[in-house]
Design a protein around this ligand. Structure first.
Ligand SMILES: [Zn+2]
Length: 272
């Protein structure tokens, strides 16, 4: 066994007692303590058609989400850069999702790092801030990627709730899949792709159904499920792309007020 691997194994076994020769970045999977929060995340964009539709839906629903963007999409299109800037202007968080969406384990180490650096630089140029969150394409991480992310202070954002939207090409099916998932797990980081119209179309119905379920919880005096940013899931605080906690709290309050209004309107219609 090479010396570095041995050091890693020892440090893993002994926790913090033996400093690891290789720093590891923070990883968040979406597994939550209280299970009452859901963060929506959208990968692979920005798309010129579907992302702007989603942005308007999110404004109507009063939600902030996270977009994990693919560098190639913004590299050669000023219109795509405009969409990215609009995502950020409207208060959403932005993450790195590589440049060309490769399976990282199948390309050489220097190309892997280049994938990350190029997208980081593109995002910085468009938004004026550096992103510090990364979602690996296909969830595939390599040793080189981990080292680079750790050195740069990134948090790796995985997911524990899936919309299955690469496979279910209809809004009704995406809705069904997500609601089934949410009834089992209640909370976590939910993965969508804003490049699919069926995913974007499913979002308002999913959020409204969650609100309807919340009405039942509120009526029973239980805590409703909140839609939050990634900061509730262990993403490194202080990162510029993550909403400050007081903003997040203010949003939760506003969300609660909207929920109560929504529940009243359901009562008035007799549709609860
Ligand atoms: Zn992806």
């Amino acid at each position: 066994m090479p010396l570095m691997n041995l050091a890693m194994v020892i440090s893993l076994l002994l926790g913090v007692l033996v400093p690891s020769a290789v720093p590891l970045p923070l990883v968040t999977t979406g597994a939550v303590r209280d299970g009452r929060t859901v963060a929506l995340t959208f990968d692979d964009g920005p798309d010129l058609v579907t992302t702007p539709i989603l942005l308007d839906y999110l404004d109507d629903l009063g939600l902030k989400v996270t977009f994990f963007v693919v560098g190639r999409r913004i590299a050669h299109s000023w219109r795509a850069r405009e969409v990215l800037a609009e995502e950020y202007r409207r208060g959403h968080a932005i993450g790195n999702h590589s440049f060309s969406h490769p399976v990282m384990s199948r390309i050489p180490p220097d190309s892997q790092v280049k994938e990350l650096v190029t997208t980081q630089e593109l995002v910085r140029r468009v938004l004026g801030v550096k992103t510090r969150i990364y979602r690996p394409p296909y969830g595939v991480l390599t040793r080189y990627i981990r080292h680079w992310l750790a050195k740069k202070g990134y948090t790796i954002v995985m997911w524990n709730l899936d919309s299955n939207d690469p496979f279910d090409h209809s809004a009704a099916k995406v809705y069904e899949y997500v609601m089934k998932y949410l009834s089992i797990k209640e909370g976590g980081i939910l993965l969508f792709h804003d490049t699919h119209i069926w995913s974007v179309s499913a979002v308002p119905a999913i959020v409204k159904e969650m609100m309807r379920r919340n009405c039942a919880l509120i009526a029973r005096g239980e805590q409703p499920v909140y839609f939050t940013g990634l900061d509730r899931f262990g993403v490194r605080p202080g990162a510029k792309n993550v909403m400050p906690t007081d903003e997040e709290l203010a949003r939760a309050e506003a969300q609660y007020a909207r929920m109560v209004d929504y529940c009243k309107s359901l009562d008035a219609e007799g549709t609860r």
